[in-house]
Design a protein around this ligand. Structure first.
Ligand code: ATP
Ligand code: ZN
Length: 225
């Protein structure tokens, strides 16, 4: 592998976090030559490079120390952390800062007409989700058993397609649930994006640049408050 003295930061290539992740770096004074086709983009005015990947890959890249920093939704971060720890792996990373974008909640939703009093009503129900570990943690805390239906997309159609009784999916406005005849009954996790650093120490020069970047991010985010 090529080694260099640039900070390597992983960001979502395209999706709900990519625009704001790019904007944050720009506001911090990082000048980047974006090329839509390229996996790697370079900063012009500091030793920093951006790895543009699917968001799901970002926690692992940071946990494994393949990249120095990552910008990722806490939902994806914690799901991957739980997946690895339940597989017996040790996970370590540093959370440098919670960021002020990518806000959403992970919620349980049911067909609108289905009666619902409490989470106990879902005892032994099948629940469709892309977040099996966050759901499992919540259901264990509640002492309710459930059956998993793992879907990486189109989760909200699972009840009408007869795949599951309920779903556990990300919600921001609730419009998608509404459009699919579903209603939100429990919020199980509240998420924002965050900046994380690998646990393995960086050399002094790189760490000094990360510290400077973090100070700028703090400044930008305080100015936005
Ligand atoms: P990728 O192709 O990178 O895997 P994706 O389809 O998994 O993308 P996006 O839909 O772009 O992911 O969402 C990325 C992140 O944005 C989510 O994990 C979450 O942290 C955040 N987010 C904010 N609001 C929402 C929302 N309403 N629905 C889904 N994600 C949201
Ligand atoms: Zn994803």
């Amino acid at each position: 592998m090529m080694t260099n003295n640039r900070i390597r930061i992983a960001m979502q290539k395209s999706g709900r976090l990519s625009q704001e992740s790019q904007a944050l770096l720009k506001q911090c004074g990082v000048k980047i030559n974006w090329n839509e086709q390229r996996l790697i983009a370079y900063a012009e005015n500091m030793p920093l490079e951006i790895l543009r990947v699917r968001d799901d890959d970002i926690p692992g890249l940071v946990f494994d120390g393949v990249v120095d920093l990552g910008i990722i939704g806490e939902n994806v971060l914690e799901e991957e952390e739980l997946a690895r720890t339940s597989a017996g792996e040790q996970v370590s990373y540093k959370k440098l800062r919670r960021l002020d974008f990518g806000g959403c909640r992970l919620s349980i939703a049911l067909p609108r007409e289905m009666p619902y009093q409490s989470i106990q009503d879902l005892n032994n129900a099948r629940i469709a989700t892309s977040y099996p570990n966050l759901l499992k943690r919540y259901m264990q805390q509640q002492g309710v058993k459930f059956k998993n239906c793992l879907l990486t997309g189109s989760v909200e159609v699972a009840p009408s397609a007869g795949l599951a009784t309920a779903i556990c999916d990300l919600v921001s406005s609730g419009a998608t649930l509404e459009a699919n005849g579903l209603r939100e009954v429990e919020v199980i996790y509240r998420s924002k994006s965050c900046l994380i650093q690998r646990a393995l120490p960086l050399d002094e020069e790189k760490q000094a640049l990360v510290d400077r970047l973090l100070t700028r991010i703090q400044g930008v985010q305080q100015a936005n408050e």
